[in-house]
Ligand binder design. Structure first.
Ligand code: ADP
Ligand code: MG
Length: 696
């Protein structure tokens, strides 16, 4: 392959030119590479060419015929120019009409043969007789052996833009693909192609755009061997980049933490519980990373309530005992505040100093951090802003990572001299997705809940059943437990007519005059929020009304009721997170989903999943199925290259294979020296992104 084939601007391909090139560039097609991966979004089967006599009305048909007569007709009333051609194949005639395209007169002339493809209508003049309106057409040249592009085959349909007709883009793609495949060589190592039973690149490109393949189902689903080859390639590029990244990190010298574990032992003494087996195992994995010379990059996955915080804290102690500072970054202020409330007490009990640093709050001057007087800094992304300096940042813990991008991870790292990084995610994500989002990290999973946890009982209620909800809340609070009531928005939004939390609180106060009811929401000042949380923790508030600010991380084991109002408005992972706020103690807990109005099919599915499953991984898989990967993936946020061809649900099996192959290849040939073409394709795929990672 010529080195710059992929980069070749489509403008210079015969038959394109500057005008079409401009239109194509609106679709993001500038180079040959862009065009090859601009896949048809569907296909039309225009192969069959039955006798005109036997075609059916209101169906898409393709016929081959000769033009008997052709006329441009001008209607007086509508001032419309209609070009009409009457054609026949000897069995019957058909009238093709093109509206306001007078130039057709110069193209379709009596005597020529052509193929027409379009929906067959009844003639509206006669009530019988076949018509096609604005059909796709293709002239059959006398002695032409040329391949048909628009008819007589399975035809690609592309997404297009104003000024660029389907016919124009299809012709352009045809020229580009013919040009490109002539010179194209396969960049993929032959063994990989064979081992995975994939067709060669050239066949794949040709068939995806202008299929010879005749299985329409497979084409439409994107599962033809040719689609699979392109999906494989894309996933392979992605995984090869991740493999290179991971390898680079393996050789990045990190801090060798020397601590002997005094602080950790002290922690075990003051903890009111025993660590679970899974917690011990994961702490062990982390500590051995920390002791080694290489920089740690580890993802900890664990369902809500599995006890990730204490695992992170143990790692922090190891860093501190070795003479470093540790930072914990959370995605929201309220979660940072929560972590701070929980951890600073533990920290102080062990003679350590913790600080809180969020956008609106810092409880200690920045100098204390830069002078190294603070051991643990807990905060939001404010931690990675300019002006925040650490003296000796040794460990960075990122909680609820799914909200942070790869880039932010890199930025935080730069705050120290290559500190170890621990990423914790409470939202379990399907394996296929984690392999992609976190494919560069080592991975530990806390797959065990603390003992004596009972699964939360989840029930769906309709507004008529509110009294059942109230009596459950009443009986729980009377037993000394506490309840959350969560609303989707803070203020009445007329458009959505949602009950807002403020009104909700008033209603609850009328309903439960004997109980103390608190309110917390994202627009409160941090110290107000902190005060409300403290009172709830101390049991001075029995029912806490809130917006979704308590979604993640809040931990009050005595709370046993989670009422979610307008549950139909929440996403699955959000519902699961919210439910995770209860069931944290030994008592039976309840999650009450109150749904209003007619439920959409999707909402019904979501709520049903919540009622029937408690396992976060299972829920994540379902969520993935309902919402699709795009939304979950959040590529812009994650800093990963986009997936243009592959689909993480459809191609989960391919992802596994691509990952295995990619990691093996990078293991054997870390710089892809034996495959220079592959190397440049991977570099192109990741563009500047790998660079970004490197500087992290
Ligand atoms: P998450 O993984 O959702 O962040 P947390 O770290 O907030 O979970 O822990 C949930 C609750 O379980 C907390 O109250 C915590 O103190 C408690 N916990 C953690 N580990 C254990 C354990 N091994 N035994 C009993 N309770 C535990
Ligand atoms: Mg947590």
């Amino acid at each position: 392959m010529k080195k710059d084939l992929f980069d070749f601007p489509v403008q210079y391909i015969k038959g394109i030119g500057p005008r079409k090139a401009r239109l194509l560039s609106r679709l993001g097609i500038k180079s040959i590479y862009d065009a090859l991966y601009y896949l048809p979004h569907r296909y039309e089967d225009r192969r069959s060419s039955p006798d005109i006599r036997s075609i059916r009305y209101d169906t898409l048909q393709t016929v081959m015929a000769k033009v008997l007569s052709a006329n441009l007709v001008e209607t007086k009333r509508a001032k419309m120019k209609i070009f009409e051609a009457v054609v026949t194949d000897g069995t019957a005639t058909l009238t093709a009409k093109w509206f306001n395209q007078p130039f057709m007169k110069g193209i379709i002339k009596p005597g020529i043969s052509l193929v027409l493809s379009g929906t067959v209508k009844k003639s509206f003049v006669w009530g019988v007789g076949y018509e096609m309106h604005n059909p796709e057409y293709e002239i059959i040249e006398n002695d032409s052996q040329g391949e048909k592009i628009h008819t007589s085959r399975i035809v690609p349909i592309y997404r297009t833009t104003a000024g660029l007709s389907q016919r124009m883009i299809r012709s352009a793609m045809y020229s580009i693909i013919r040009h490109a495949t002539e010179e194209m060589e396969d960049y993929m190592p032959g063994e990989i192609v064979q081992r995975n039973h994939l067709p060669c690149l050239r066949d794949a490109i040709r068939n995806v755009h202008f299929p010879d393949h005749d299985d329409m189902e497979e084409l439409l689903r994107g599962t033809s061997p040719y689609h699979r080859r392109l999906s494989f390639d894309e996933l392979f590029m992605l995984q090869t980049g991740l493999a290179i990244l991971k390898r680079a990190q393996t050789f990045t010298r990190g801090i060798t933490f020397q601590a002997r574990g005094e602080l950790f032992r002290k922690l075990l003494e003051i903890l009111p519980f025993q660590l679970t087996g899974a917690q011990k195992r994961v702490i062990g994995e982390i500590l051995s990373d920390m002791k080694s010379q290489r920089a740690m990059n580890r993802l900890i996955q664990g369902d809500v309530g599995s006890g990730k915080t204490i695992v992170a804290f143990s790692a922090m102690l190891q860093a501190i005992e070795s003479g470093y500072q540790a930072a914990l970054m959370a995605p929201t202020e309220i979660l940072a505040e929560q972590h701070y409330l929980n951890l600073h007490r533990l920290a102080e009990a062990m003679g350590l100093k913790a600080a809180l640093l969020t956008g609106s709050k810092r409880d200690k001057p920045l100098e204390e951090i830069s002078r190294g007087e603070v051991d643990i800094v807990i905060g939001t992304h404010a931690l990675i802003q300019k002006g925040v300096e650490f003296k000796r940042l040794g460990l960075v813990v990122i909680d609820e990572q799914h909200r942070f991008g790869v880039l932010q991870r890199a930025l935080l790292r730069k705050k120290g001299a290559n500190p170890d990084v621990l990423v914790m995610t409470a939202t379990p994500i399907p394996r296929t997705l984690s392999l992609t989002l976190y494919g560069d990290l080592d991975y530990s999973v806390i797959d065990e809940l603390p003992p004596n946890r009972r699964p939360v009982v989840t029930k769906l209620y309709r507004p008529e059943q509110k009294s059942l909800i109230y009596s459950l809340i009443r009986s729980e609070v009377k037993k000394g437990r506490q309840a959350y009531v969560v609303y989707p928005v803070i203020e009445e939004s007329e458009k959505l007519a949602l009950k807002d939390a403020i009104q909700g609180r008033e209603r609850l106060e009328r309903q439960f005059p004997e109980f103390r009811i608190g309110l917390i929401h994202g627009r409160m000042k941090p110290h107000e929020r902190e005060e409300v949380m403290e009172r709830f923790k101390r049991g001075e508030i029995e029912i806490l009304v809130s917006t979704t600010v308590i979604e993640v991380g809040v931990d009050v084991p005595n709370a046993t009721v989670m009422l979610i109002v307008h549950a139909e408005r929440f996403g699955l992972s959000q519902l699961h997170q919210l439910r995770g706020r209860v069931g944290r103690g030994a008592e039976q807990s309840y999650c009450l989903l109150l749904a209003y109005g007619r439920l959409s099919e999707e909402a019904r599915r979501r709520l049903q999943v919540m009622v029937s499953h408690t396992d976060g991984f299972r829920i994540a898989e379902e969520d993935f199925k309902i919402r699709g990967p795009g939304e979950l993936f959040g590529t812009r946020q994650s800093g990963m290259p986009d997936l243009r061809v592959a689909n993480l649900i459809r191609d989960a099996g391919l992802l596994d294979a691509a990952r295995r192959e990619a990691f093996q290849l990078v293991e054997e040939d870390p710089e892809l020296k034996r495959y220079p073409q592959l190397r440049s394709v991977v570099a192109r795929y990741w563009k500047d992104k790998l660079e970004i990672f490197r500087t992290g």
